[in-house]
Design a protein around this ligand. Structure first.
Ligand code: NAD
Length: 509
């Protein structure tokens, strides 16, 4: 029998929940060496959230030492591929089995609707671990072309200890994007989740041990960016940092890598993605994509379609349709209400920033058509209604800076050339979309937008088979797909000579 999800069901589950807020190091929950803890208010109602270990360099050192020991022992990387695959598949199954609890931890931390946490975030985290588990016994190394008297193996080998630093907007999904390929490739990982969203990461680590992942292969250190993230990124025994977060902190991470051991860095950063609508487009499809693309997860999405670049002749009709879709489908509500499609923003300071961007938009000449205001404040939670601005130009703050709230800025254009210039006039290059019935134009335009992903007549469609990441200041390196494995490996050449060789003749430098 399938469970019927009601608000009361989730309230009950929450009442019985005892989240563990400690680090997870070498296979066990641990308090901070310093004994320090921290707490934050729950986005859904402002009440106190879970108590968490406040990690610092001492805890990072312990986690990195455990990760290094596990790597050097070979207990994971040298295991039979089939055995490793079984463990990762079991881990994925356990994530599904503990789906309700994981969803509740996510909603408690970040205020997103419980049904989205369950049906999107938990599902995709399990799929991510499963996808990379299944790859383990399907990837081959290479043999390079050589003369008959030599054999050169080109091996893809794990890097060693990977530090993963992740944001709060999709904690489970982004953690899985890093953990799946890094661990499948044979590395050990120390994960520093965002201080706003540690609970699901700790549970993931607990489930990994239950699935059979050896202790030390996956560790979690909770705490603030400056106190726990920075020492991880500066650590001399960490071989790589896989980072998802803001462009501002991504730049710091590159600096830390340079200041320490030239560790590898992969960066998934911010975005200000254009969704371009031509007058010949299916306006219903475009309206639905624009509304969901911008407002889903309360706009707290790196690739949110925050810039609606629309041909002037259809702007009014399109905005009316976006308003209708938003009213009809994108219900803002308490995160434990199963009918809520979007919930609370992450924290008070962030909400203030979103509201100040809205005020700045009005001051700069943007016109608010609907929404974009604080609502449900009587709950003590942090809610801003989805809203649209028109009369925006691409030099306004609304069009240039990440708002990370449910605010769509419509920028009109007359010609295809103008649309492309506006779309590419941004420091970011994470994603974009074009809506038109003219397929020649669709392909021309999608090739010309500088972004890691471009959708034609849709938005936000993807699977694990498609790489995800940015151009320009949206970062480099790709999450998802088979290619993500490459990020966590390096090539090693093993040359074997048969018989005698003329050293000088074959020397190649
Ligand atoms: P953030 O950059 O503030 O924090 C991200 C992580 O970095 C957190 O774990 C934080 O504790 C840590 N951190 C902060 N300062 C640090 C420092 N000095 N040294 C080391 N670590 C530090 O980002 P956020 O507010 O958590 O997340 C929102 C941002 O993430 C947005 O810019 C969004 O676009 C981006 N994002 C990008 C993607 C993507 O795939 N490109 C996905 C999700 C979010």
């Amino acid at each position: 029998m399938t469970q019927e999800y009601t608000r009361a069901y989730w309230e009950n589950l929450l009442a019985g929940l005892k989240p563990k807020g400690r680090h997870f190091i070498d296979g066990a929950h641990r308090p901070s060496a310093s004994g320090a803890t921290f707490m934050r208010a729950r986005p859904m109602d402002g009440r106190p959230g879970a108590e968490l270990a406040r990690g610092d360099s001492g805890d990072v050192d312990a986690a990195v030492a455990a990760a290094r020991a596990a790597f050097e022992s070979g207990i994971w990387r040298k295991k039979e591929p089939l055995e490793k695959k079984k463990i990762m598949l079991k881990w994925a199954d356990l994530i599904r089995q503990h789906g309700e609890e994981l969803a509740m931890l996510e909603t408690l931390d970040v205020g997103k609707p419980i049904m989205a946490s369950l049906n999107v975030d938990v599902r995709l985290a399990a799929e991510g671990i499963q996808y990379y588990g299944e790859l383990i016994d399907k990837l081959y190394d290479e043999i390079a072309p050589t003369g008959p008297n030599a054999r050169a193996l080109v091996r893809k080998v794990p890097l060693g200890v990977v530090g993963a630093i992740t944001p709060w907007n999709y904690p489970l999904i982004i953690d899985a994007w890093k953990l799946g390929p890094a661990i499948a490739a044979g590395n050990s990982v120390v994960l520093k989740p965002a201080e706003q969203s540690s609970l699901s990461a700790i549970k993931l680590a607990e489930l990994a041990i239950e699935a059979g992942l050896p202790a030390g292969v996956f560790n979690v250190v909770t705490g603030y960016g400056e106190e726990a993230g920075k020492p991880l990124a500066l650590h001399m025994d960490v071989d790589m940092i896989a980072f998802t977060g803001s462009t501002e902190v991504g730049k710091l991470i590159m600096g830390y890598a340079a200041q320490s051991n030239v560790k590898r860095v992969a960066l998934e950063l911010g975005g200000k993605s254009p969704l371009v609508v031509f007058e010949d487009a299916d306006l219903d499809a475009a309206a639905s994509a624009a509304a969901w693309g911008c407002f889903y997860n309360s706009g707290e999405t790196c690739h949110a379609s925050t810039r609606l670049i629309v041909q002037r002749s259809v702007q009014e009709a399109l905005i009316e349709k976006i308003q209708a879709v938003t009213r009809r489908e994108i219900t803002l509500g308490h995160p434990l209400d199963p009918s809520a499609q979007i919930g609370a923003l992450i924290e008070e300071n962030h909400m203030k920033k979103v509201l100040s961007m809205i005020t700045a938009g009005e001051k700069e000449g943007g016109r608010r058509v609907f929404g974009a205001e604080r609502v449900m404040d009587e709950t003590g939670g942090l809610y801003v209604s989805p809203g649209v601005f028109v009369d925006v130009t691409n030099d306004m703050k609304l069009a240039r800076q990440e708002i990370f709230g449910p605010v769509l800025a419509a920028i009109p254009f007359e010609t295809e050339g103008e649309a492309l210039r506006i779309a590419n006039d941004t420091v970011y290059g994470l994603a974009g979309a074009v809506f038109t019935r003219d397929m020649d134009r669709a392909h021309r335009f999608s090739e010309a937008i500088h972004a890691g992903t471009v959708w034609i007549n849709t938005y936000d469609m993807s699977t694990f088979a498609t790489p995800f990441g940015g151009f320009k200041q949206s970062g480099f390196g790709r999450d998802r797909s088979v290619h993500a494995i490459d990020k966590y490996c390096d090539y090693k050449t093993i040359w074997q000579q048969f018989g005698s060789a003329s050293f000088l003749k074959s020397k190649s430098i």
